[in-house]
Ligand binder design. Structure first.
Ligand code: FE2
Length: 375
């Protein structure tokens, strides 16, 4: 039963009383005067709504509610199901990107890695949907049997989104280079980090495709890949050391990258929170951190917190270790999952290709796949 109460709409759905303010209803009116039927986009601006809107009448019409507004007598028809789906307290800042919509993990939680084979992924939309959902839920997916050929990583990215081209090109080669501008292009150990923290917006998805693993006969293997769930670590930090968590989440850290043709800078906290204070991103890369310029006492306090955060990230059991074989392609959330590698012999021939893409495109592809799955 629907009724008006003090100018609002109040309606009962599954035993709950849902209350909708008149201005909210009117702004979401689905009639052809308010919403373009072709694009589904709003035709009116918020300044064009009458000033003192109130619900002046309601009628039930089948599965819908017809609302009449004062002062102008405008009528809107809302399906009850739509109203129940859009109940005011049902959203918060749950945009799919915060800790609330993720499955947080330690390495022991992953007895089976989220993954699939490239032929299965390509062959069935349901498999594709499952793999993309894993990136959103677990922070990564591992595709096997992607042909170990140059530039295939771009084809993998194209299955769910658009390649984010950067100063490193559309794709980048991760192998030993004679004069590397980035330690990634050496044989050194690389500790858990997120990529490109000196960019804002940061590329939110990274792909790494193994063309050639480190060869044993060349002094290897080495070059193992590690993944750390930064959201799980951040949640633990908040639970065990709130003061450090608040300091890390509240201190912007300058990051930078410079070479002959690029000079990139961004300054953001190592843990980013949503407007409602939920964990929504991590940024961690000491290689490209720049000198902090804060008051003396803040710098000292920050370093103590930074060390505690780094120690927590490095705690045993946090890192999932895997050995990428030729044809393996990792797709991961670069705002959440940190990646690392062990050192390898400089002559061992290890060669990965990587590229960047974005979570919004991936989520869009998944949403369309899920739409198609509904008969
Ligand atoms: Fe990296």
């Amino acid at each position: 039963m629907s009724c008006k109460d003090g100018g609002d709409l109040v309606l009962e759905a599954d035993g709950n009383m849902l209350r909708f303010p008149a201005v909210w209803l009117r702004d979401n009116c689905p009639c052809a005067e308010c919403l373009d039927p072709g694009s589904g986009q709003k035709l009116t601006d918020v300044t064009e709504l009458p000033g003192a809107l109130a619900v002046s009448g309601t009628e039930v019409a089948g599965a819908s509610v017809v609302v009449t507004f004062a002062p102008d007598g405008h009528r809107s028809v809302f399906p009850r199901e739509w109203l129940a789906d859009h109940a005011l307290d049902g959203y918060g800042d749950g945009d799919g990107r915060t800790e609330d919509d993720k499955q947080l993990w330690l390495s022991a939680d992953l007895d089976q890695l989220p993954g699939d084979t490239w032929p299965r992924y390509l062959g069935e939309p349901a498999n594709r949907a499952r793999a993309l959902d894993a990136v959103l839920r677990w922070g990564f997916v591992l595709l096997h049997d992607v042909p170990a050929e140059p530039a295939m990583v771009l084809e993998v990215a194209a299955t769910f989104g658009f390649v984010r081209e950067t100063n490193y090109g559309r794709l980048f080669d991760v192998r030993v280079e004679p004069r590397p501008g980035n330690l990634a292009f050496t044989s050194r150990r690389i500790l858990p980090h997120t990529d490109n923290p000196y960019r804002d917006p940061v590329p939110t998805v990274q792909l790494l495709h193994c063309l050639r693993a480190a060869q044993k006969e060349a002094g290897g293997p080495g070059g193992e890949t590690g993944l750390v769930d930064g959201f799980a670590a951040a949640r633990e930090l908040r639970a065990t050391d709130r003061e450090t968590f608040d300091l890390i989440a509240g201190t912007p850290v300058p990051f930078g990258y410079k070479d002959k043709s690029a000079e990139l800078r961004a300054s953001l906290p190592l843990i980013q929170l949503s407007p409602r204070g939920r964990i929504r991103g991590v940024r961690f890369n000491n290689r490209s951190a720049q000198p902090l310029q804060l008051p003396y006492a803040e710098v000292v306090a920050f370093y103590a917190a930074y060390r505690r955060w780094a120690e927590l990230l490095a705690r045993p059991g946090r890192q999932l270790n895997l050995r990428l074989a030729p044809g393996d392609c990792l797709i991961f959330d670069n705002t959440r999952v940190m990646h690392a590698r062990t050192a390898f012999n400089v002559t061992s021939g290890r060669h990965l290709q990587g590229c960047y893409a974005d979570l919004d495109g991936l989520a869009s592809t998944l949403a369309v796949l899920q739409r198609e799955e509904i008969p």
